[in-house]
Every structure is written in C-alpha cells, then in structure tokens.
Design a protein around this ligand. Structure first.
Ligand SMILES: [Fe+2]
Ligand SMILES: [Fe+2]
Length: 274
C-alpha cells in the first residue's frame, strides 16, 4: 500500500513561493486515491497545492480534525476550487468556538455556516464514531481520554446552551491509514492529547508506524506534558514523525535531538511517502 502526504497549509513555510499561515491542511494519497485532511485557515492550501501540481478536484472527500478556524476557515475557497465534495466531521465541530483573553473574546470556530456549507458540498456526514472514508482510511471519531497529563486548555471555549464553557473538544479526531505493516496517523491540533490519540489508534487499528500533524505542544505547554509525550513516542517509536502546526520551536528542536532522522519538522510544500 503506497501512502503519500503533502503539507498544503502549516505555520512554517517551505522555500518560496510556498506560503504559510497559522493553520493545517494535509493532502493524502493512498494507492492513487486522494483525500484532504483539514483545509487551513484561508486559501493558502490552494496556492501551495497549485505549486505542487496537486489536482484538488480529484480528492474523494474532506475530513475535518475539529471545528477550529485554522483547520476549517478555508472551506469556502477549497470547495470553490475542488468542486462539491463530501465533508466528514463530528457534529460538535459546527458549534461556536471562542478564544478568550481576559475581557476579549474572539471567534475561533468554523466561519462558514453549516447550512451555507451544505449548498457548496455534496453532503456533510457527521459522526461521533469511526468512519471509513476510503478503503482502509478511517476517521477515528471521539478519542477516549486515558492519560492524566492531557486535559482542557485555558483560553479555549465552546458555546453550549448559550453559555461559554471550557472546550472539552469532543470533536477532535485523527485520520488513520490502516496499512498491513502498521498505521499512518494524521492529527489536527491533537486537542484530545497526542498520547491519547496514539494509544487509541494502537488499540483500535494496530501499531503506529508514522505520525504527521500538530501536537498542541506549543510554547505554553507544561514541561511535564512535553516530557511525558516524548517518553511515550520513544516507547512506541514510530518510523516517521512529521510534526508541525501547533508545535513550538523548542519542542521541535528537542524532538529532533531525541529522535534524529525519524523526526521531520513539517513545512508547507513538503511532499513525501510515509
Ligand atoms: Fe484547534
Ligand atoms: Fe490548530
């Protein structure tokens, strides 16, 4: 089974003319069939796909890791460019989300209304559980929380019954390619916890061979969480870790030191087999 990814949107840019933004979008190809994992915040993914010569009209669907602006803000330009595609989300992905800094509240959810999106796509499939989107390609649905060091994050809120409450990120999910030699895992922001995600994938789909995506180990991540995550990665030791998006530069550099050639700092414009 041949698996290839291309990073279309990410916080760090490859060499010009690739562009960067705070966001994530990954194009996935499995045995010649393609799928889109998140769409970034704007039309940056389109720009970068064009440079890479990727035909977005050929993708068989679009999966959203969760309902945040930086992963789903590009839905409207993407659907105009690639034509009506099926969109896969958790139902909670469409709830209003906010970042709150003291008295300041900023919208952080999907800017395209769900009813407007329905007029542009070929259907929205919402599921709390796993969904197979192409042969042996799964969206995990909800990720069980089993670690004691990965939990809710300050500043991130969701609107429930008209009230803002800390966001439990019930919608945060991963994409898994179930390959005979082990799984390829794509994460979004990993709000449910990278270790929770990888433990769930190992339990439900098999050993993890490669990981690509965000970790939510940014500059403010507790050192204990960073250490525990790296210890777990060392335990399962995937062959490839392409880490990007919401991962701080210090954590990236520590991972590079610890995992050597298994670790690849992701940038836009990167296209490689996994
Ligand atoms: Fe997020
Ligand atoms: Fe994110």
């Amino acid at each position: 089974m041949e698996v290839k990814v291309a990073i279309l949107a990410d916080n760090i840019s490859g060499m010009p003319p690739f562009k960067a933004e705070h966001g994530l979008s990954v194009w996935l190809e499995v045995d010649g069939r393609s799928f889109l994992w998140d769409v970034g915040q704007s039309d940056v993914a389109l720009h970068n796909a064009n440079i890479l010569g990727i035909d977005l009209r050929a993708v068989e669907g679009i999966g959203l890791s969760h309902g945040h602006l930086d992963h789903a803000g590009g839905l409207a330009p993407m659907l105009y460019a690639c034509g009506p595609k099926k969109i896969y989300t958790h139902p909670v992905a469409w709830a209003p989300r906010y970042m709150v800094f003291g008295d300041v509240k900023r919208f952080a959810g999907i800017p395209l209304r769900k009813d407007a999106c329905e007029t542009m796509c070929s259907g929205i499939e919402m599921s709390r559980g796993p969904v197979e989107v192409m042969p042996d390609v799964w969206l995990t649905g909800e990720v069980p929380r089993v670690t004691d060091f990965e939990g809710p994050e300050p500043m991130l809120f969701i609107e429930k019954d008209g009230e803002l409450v800390p966001d439990p990120f019930d919608d945060d999910q991963a994409l898994v390619v179930k390959r005979p030699d082990g799984c390829v895992v794509l994460t979004g922001c990993a709000h449910s916890g990278l270790v929770n995600i990888l433990k769930h994938v190992a339990d439900a789909y098999g050993p993890v061979k490669a990981v690509c995506g965000g970790t939510h180990l940014g500059m403010g991540a507790p050192v204990s969480k960073v250490e525990a995550t790296m210890d777990f990665l060392e335990e399962i030791l995937p062959d490839r870790m392409i880490i990007n998006h919401c991962t701080g530069s210090i954590v990236m550099s520590r991972m590079l030191d610890r995992f050597g050639e298994r670790f690849i700092p992701g940038t836009t414009g990167m296209m490689l087999p996994l």
